[in-house]
Design a protein around this ligand. Structure first.
Ligand SMILES: Cc1cc2nc3c(=O)[nH]c(=O)nc-3n(C[C@H](O)[C@H](O)[C@H](O)COP(=O)(O)OP(=O)(O)OC[C@H]3O[C@@H](n4cnc5c(N)ncnc54)[C@H](O)[C@@H]3O)c2cc1C
Length: 436
């Protein structure tokens, strides 16, 4: 039957598409599809982010080993893949600045973490302000961490390319198809798309980004979790600023648990410069405009009041943060002021053109706390990837390989040829490196 599949992935972001890429090599005879509600893959967060291929120095090697490893190997993999397909990838590094003594201590910790996460001595260094002045005369700071093994790309282009490769290998991409209901009928999942059409699958992977929690709730999974959404807005800078620095500049986050509140100076892969992102609370993972936010306001508030988010909303620390930090991060002038602290040359009056905006969906647990890490939930015939946040795009290829390997090892969805060559990589080699 045409509408019967062995495996369906919900979500054509960088994650769902990367999963399909590996599955397309490992399961030549299986019928696999990716369902995406939009006309293109990477239409939401995956195509609206900062475009950095991050060096993993921000991640505690004890607590976030898998994510840090995925980011470390993701860099080499995207670099290799971009070269193979002639796609944009610049090895342009990143500078993280400290503005005071407290910040320097944090940079020292990041240097240690970076090395523990695999970054070689030559690829990361802590430099004092005198040395930095010689490299980047316009940056004002007390010290800086220079990560040379950090890059820039366009994840929308990369995701579209891996979709093409997956399609060539037989994966179906069902675009413009929104999953509106999921039910278990006997041993199969019955998936309703666009309200009326039904398709069936034996196994389901939920990689629906900002809607992953809702999809999981639809089949009674992760009922103890909810999420909140923040819109990260970017502002373009005039051409005269495009050569202000050679490298993108981040600053040590004031609140390490909420690093998305600190805007950066970004050099995009095409050479243009932007400031952002900030963090505006919104009611939907697609809350780019007021109409969508109004539509989602009432249902989201009801859902939050009945969940752990209720505790977060009334939590004193969160309230203080919401009223001071989050509110101020919403304002364009405060955001530019923050960047001004390390790049005093920028005149806020000249920053008038809005760039893109990407929405971050953060999971909150039953105690009202933000969950810091990705959440992987397995059932006999479904697998859910929740809270897949930064640097999710960087690590998407190795992370996907990890998920597929887990499914195989646990007998949830066995691959036909687990050692297959997947494009430029042998699958087993990726796993071996990742698990080292
Ligand atoms: C502002 C910002 C900046 C960031 N910068 C970086 C960076 O520089 N580097 C980095 O590595 N990471 C960055 N990240 C993180 C990274 O972008 C994400 O981790 C990654 O894009 C998540 O990919 P995804 O595929 O899980 O989600 P998404 O890209 O959101 O994809 C999920 C897809 O599921 C589809 N979908 C949802 N529900 C349904 C349904 N019912 N039916 C059909 N389809 C559905 C959606 O349309 C969407 O296309 C950033 C994130 C944000 C918010």
């Amino acid at each position: 039957m045409k509408d019967n599949f062995d495996l369906i992935i919900i979500g054509g972001g960088v994650l769902g598409t990367s999963l399909s890429y590996f599955l397309s090599f490992l399961n030549k005879s299986k019928k696999i599809a990716v369902i995406e509600q939009e006309h293109n893959v990477a239409h939401h967060t995956s195509g609206r982010n900062t475009g950095k291929v991050h060096a993993p120095y921000l991640y505690d090697p004890e607590k976030k080993k898998l994510f840090a490893n995925a980011a470390f190997h993701g860099y080499e993999m995207w670099k290799e893949y971009s070269k193979l397909r002639n796609l944009p990838f610049k090895e342009d590094g990143v500078i993280e600045v400290a503005l005071d003594e407290k910040g320097i201590k944090i940079l020292e910790k990041y240097l240690k973490w970076g090395k523990q996460n695999g970054i070689e001595e030559k690829d990361i260094e802590l430099i004092d302000k005198t040395k930095l002045k010689k490299i980047e005369p316009e940056i004002k700071c007390e010290a800086a961490l220079y990560a040379h093994r950090d890059g820039s790309t366009d994840y929308s282009i990369l995701t579209n390319s891996i979709m093409k490769d997956s399609k060539k290998n037989g994966i179906d991409f069902l675009l413009d198809k929104k999953v509106t209901q999921i039910k278990k009928i006997n041993d199969k999942w019955e998936i309703t798309i666009n309200e009326d059409h039904k398709i069936f699958t034996d196994f389901l992977i939920n990689a629906a980004g900002g809607k992953a929690i809702d999809i999981a709730h639809n089949i009674e999974v992760a009922k103890n979790l909810t999420d909140v959404h923040f819109r990260g807005e970017y502002w373009k800078t005039p051409k005269k600023y495009h050569s202000l620095t050679k490298t993108s500049v981040y600053s040590v986050p004031e609140f390490p648990d909420y690093p998305f509140l600190d805007p950066h100076w970004i050099i995009r892969v095409d050479g243009s410069c932007e400031i952002g992102p900030n963090a505006v609370p919104v009611f939907s993972p697609y809350g780019y405009d007021t109409a969508e936010n109004i539509k989602e306001f009432i249902p989201k508030v009801f859902e939050m009041l009945g969940s752990g988010a209720r505790k977060a909303i009334f939590d004193k620390q969160f309230q203080e943060l919401a009223f001071s930090e989050i509110q101020s991060s919403m304002s364009k002038s405060v955001m530019i002021e923050r960047v001004n602290k390390f790049l005093p040359k920028i005149n806020p009056k000249e920053i008038t053109e809005k760039g893109t905006a990407g929405i971050r969906s953060s999971v909150i647990n039953e105690n009202g706390k933000f969950v810091p890490d990705v959440i992987l939930l397995e059932e006999e015939t479904s697998f859910h990837i929740l809270n897949y946040n930064s640097p999710g795009a960087t690590g998407a290829l190795p992370f996907s390989a990890h998920v597929i390997n887990q499914l195989h090892k646990k007998g949830l969805f066995e691959s036909e040829d687990i050692g297959a060559q997947c494009g430029p990589w042998k699958f087993n080699d990726i796993i071996e490196k990742l698990e080292k």
